[in-house]
Design a protein around this ligand. Sequence first.
Ligand code: AMP
Length: 261
Amino acid sequence: MKIVRSIEELRQARPDGRIGLVPTMGAFHEGHLSLFRAARGECDVVVVSLFVNPAQFGANEDLERYPRDESRDGKLAEEAGVDVLFVPSAEEMYPDGSGTWVDVGRAGAEGEARPGHFRGVATICLKLFNIVRPQVAYFGQKDAQQAAVVGQLVRDLNLELEVRILPTVRDANGLALSSRNAYLRPAERERALALPRALLKGRNAFLRGSDPVKTVRAELNGLEPDYIELLDVGDARILAAAARVGGTRLIDNIVLEGELK
Ligand code: AMP
C-alpha cells in the first residue's frame, strides 16, 4: 500500500482501471473496513482518503480531540487490501486563498443541527472526487444524510460517479460502530444502546401502522434526542435520530422500506 500526502503525488500514482474511493476521517473500525473490502471486491484500484476535515466541524465540536492514529489505520487499511492511502494535511487541502464552497441546499435535521457541516462535507467530497477521479465512491448508511448529500451533489453537478451506500456495521449489542464511540465510558456505552433499540421499536411501530417518530421518542430511555425524523435516501425511507450520551453526540438510522442504493 502506498501512502501519499500531496495532491500532485496522488495524481501521479493514479493508475488506469476502475478506481474506488472511500473518503474517511480515520480511527478505522469494522464499518470503515466493510467499505474498503467492498471496494476491493468491485474495483481495480482502491483509494482511501484519511483526512479529519476541519471544514465540517462546527466551532464547538470535537475537531481537536477527534481520535487520530495514522499508523494503526495504515496497518488496517493495508490488511483490507487498500492500494493507496491519501493522507493530506489541512494546508494541502485548503491552501491560503481557497474560497469556494459547495452547498447542496436543505440537508434535513442533521444539517439544521450542525450548520455548515454538510457544506464542509460536500466541498471536501467534490475536491476528493476531482483529485482521485474515482468511478465509484463508497459511503456508509450510518451517515445516511451524508450519503444523501453526496447523491445530490453527484446529480446536481452531473458528476460521472457511482455512489454506493453500504449497510451500517454494529457491535454485538446493536450499537452502530463509530469513531466517536471511543469517547463513551462503559456506563455511557450501555446507555447508548437505547438509541438502536428505540429505532428498532420505531420500525416495528411503522410496520404495524403506527407513528415511528413518536415511538422512538417514547423508547429513548432518558437519552435526549437532538431530532428524530423520516428521510428519503436513494429509494429508501429511513428513520433517523441523533441523541446525546453524556458529552457525546451519536447518530443512527434504520431502513423502514425500500432500498438504499
Ligand atoms: P468517517 O471516518 O466517520 O467519516 O466515516 C467514513 C465512512 O465510513 C462514511 O461513509 C461513514 O458513513 C462510514 N461508516 C462509519 N461508520 C460506519 C458503520 N458503523 N457502518 C458502515 N459504515 C460506516
